[in-house]
Design a protein around this ligand. Sequence first.
Ligand code: FES
Length: 173
Amino acid sequence: MKNDNENMLHRSGEADFGRRRFLSRVGMAAGALIAVAMGLPVIGYILKPSLPKMRRQWVPVGQINQFNIGDTVFVSFTNPSATAWAGVTGKTGAWVRRVADSDFIAFVINCSHEGCPVRWEASTKMFFCPCHGSVYYEDGVVAAGPAPIALQRFKVRVRGGQVELQTRPIPIT
Ligand code: FES
């Protein structure tokens, strides 16, 4: 009887030791995961200068005869700086106005406040932001609202009858 009790105590001690070892390993694994997660931004900061810079690129947005002089129209295109897995979020757009025969101006669609897409209203000749009420004149200058600066512009050129915008990383304000 005494031997049975000793055996049971011995086995229970072994089980305790095994459980403690298991929990200790789980704790160490969780600690290592947290350390890696916290270290990633630092690694990104250190590696960033060696990563290739996002290049500016000309993208076609339509034939010149699709644009009427004086009209401001929306064009959409795929942002060349978007990552391969961006999917539909890599799509962006611009407001393009044909000023004269081969003279165009183009505005980014993102409000300079927090980036919401602005809408051109032909009847008032102004851009409106639906998020916090910013309003821009037809030249992109701020007319009202919290927007800190004018709408950004794309460089525009006409090549072989095709209107092209020079894309760039979208500024984060
Ligand atoms: S994002 Fe346009 S007003 Fe705030």
